[in-house]
Write a protein that binds this ligand. Structure first.
Ligand code: PHE
Ligand code: NA
Length: 453
């Protein structure tokens, strides 16, 4: 079967894929997760390893995933199977696709809780419920917001409903227009915060914290977290980028698009760090406070700066939008697989997925109130979902993807698909054959404690 002749929807405008992929990549991972795990793992060394992982693993994996999607024209499971079969390889490789699909789903089930925080903070900003004098006040606001499962559940359910209704209508529509004004808007908001931070007294300390590389200060666990976050922040190994790639027209350049998305994502993450840490240091907060970090710190800045309420409203509005353009991409693999294989309409596939998702996400939401004690090895449901996906499923899926592309496929499949001239092609091949798999393996085995005698 020649998969390339199958009709498949394609992105609308010339910038369609770039905008959608950037929308998927830039999200809570950059503004919520990056700062808080950087804080948890002590700053500079973590940032450096994270940047290295983006370049050595993230970029080659993203190119590979887009190539799989476009050549196989389907959800991760179908696309990988078709591309492998074309080279005479075993269909068992499509297990990578199954894992990716599951991973995207599991990520969404805790992502809606965090997106729910963002929406609820937008509401607090609008209704004047977010003023406070000091850190303690803001911590109290965050705790109170979590305490009542009906309140927190309302917000995560709202995010689930919004996500599924957008996905049910088809992600292409509307996404391009939205992302093209929202991304620049988000960058402007971060700039406002950075400029405020420069006058707040914590800026120097923040820069030192983020960029001073203290070799040896990063634990093996921190290295694995940095690797996992490189996957998470670029939406890799979760079906998102691969499925979006399946809608990519043949003439678009995969390499150039990948570099654009990775650059935009990295810039936003670093800007978020520069926006948030000055507030944290100026207010004497502990950078390793965990998932609530930005929600406890940023409102202090908005409270203190001129026009703060207006900026706060704009910030949380755009953060919520950025979360939605990411959340819709997490179930695109599942929905597209259900449509292609089970004959469901997009609408039915989206709502069916949404119901199961709502159940899992409710368990994640309860981790902040009723289910705080439902722990296993010290982790609650929310922590487990994050831990399993970012630390295990994504690096493993990424490893499978590069090994498959580098060693199993016949070489002209991707030479053709990537359309690169010999030198960049060799560079890509070297990365997927040696650099990325070795990098992943070393970080992995190190985290398993193999090198610590
Ligand atoms: N990249 C998104 C972010 O940084 C999260 C994401 C993960 C999106 C996996 C899709 C798939 O917020
Ligand atoms: Na990201």
């Amino acid at each position: 079967m020649n998969s390339a002749t199958q009709p498949r929807t394609q992105w609308l405008g010339r910038w369609g894929f770039l905008l959608a992929a950037t929308g998927s990549a830039v999200g809570l991972g950059n503004i919520w997760k990056f700062p808080y795990i950087t804080g948890e793992f002590g700053g500079g060394a973590f940032v450096l390893v994270y940047l290295a992982c983006i370049l050595a693993v993230g970029v080659p994996v993203m190119m590979t995933e887009i190539a799989f999607g476009r050549r196989g024209r389907g959800s991760p499971i179908d696309a990988i199977r078709r591309v492998v079969n074309e080279s005479g390889g075993s269909s068992a490789w499509s297990l990578i696709g199954w894992m990716a699909m599951l991973c995207g789903f599991l990520i969404l089930s805790f992502y809606v809780v965090v997106a729910g925080w963002s929406f609820s903070y937008l509401w607090k900003m609008l209704s004047g419920g977010l003023s406070g004098e000091n850190v303690d006040d803001m911590v109290a606001v965050f705790v109170a917001n979590n305490e009542n499962p009906l309140n927190l559940g309302f917000w995560s359910t709202l995010v689930t409903l919004l996500t599924m209704s957008i996905v049910g209508r088809g992600v292409q529509e509307g996404i391009e227009k939205n992302v093209s004004w929202m991304m620049p808007g988000l960058v402007v908001m971060l700039l406002v915060l950075i400029v405020y931070g420069m006058f707040s007294g914590g800026f120097g300390e923040a820069v030192t914290f983020l960029f001073s590389f203290n070799a040896g200060s990063l634990s093996s666990e921190g290295m694995l977290a940095a690797l996992g976050h490189a996957f998470f922040t670029l939406s890799l190994a979760s079906g998102a980028i691969l499925t979006y790639g399946s809608y990519l027209p043949k003439k678009a350049s995969i390499a150039r698009t990948t570099l654009g998305v990775a650059a935009a994502d990295t810039v936003v993450a670093l800007m978020a760090g520069l926006a948030i840490f000055p507030v944290i240091f100026a207010n004497g907060m502990d950078p390793s406070q965990g998932p609530g970090l930005i929600f406890m710190s940023l409102p202090l800045a908005f409270d203190a700066m001129p026009l703060g309420t207006l900026f706060g409203i704009l910030f949380f509005a755009m953060l919520s939008m950025a979360a939605l353009t990411s959340s819709i991409s997490m179930v695109e693999a599942t929905v597209s697989w259900l449509c292609d294989n089970k004959g469901l309409s997009r609408r039915a596939a989206a709502w069916g997925t949404g119901i199961v998702l709502w159940l899992v996400s409710t368990l994640a939401m309860l981790s902040f109130n009723l289910g705080a004690d439902w722990t296993l090895a010290g982790k609650n449901v929310f922590d487990w979902l994050d831990y399993l996906t970012a630390r295990w499923m994504m690096p493993l899926g990424g490893l499978g993807t590069v090994v498959l592309a580098g060693f199993v496929l016949k070489s002209d499949a991707f030479r053709e698909e990537l359309g690169l001239s010999p030198l960049p092609y060799t560079l890509w091949l070297t990365m997927v054959r040696y650099v990325s798999p070795l990098g992943i393996l070393v970080v992995f085995t190190d985290a398993l404690g193999i090198y610590s005698v």
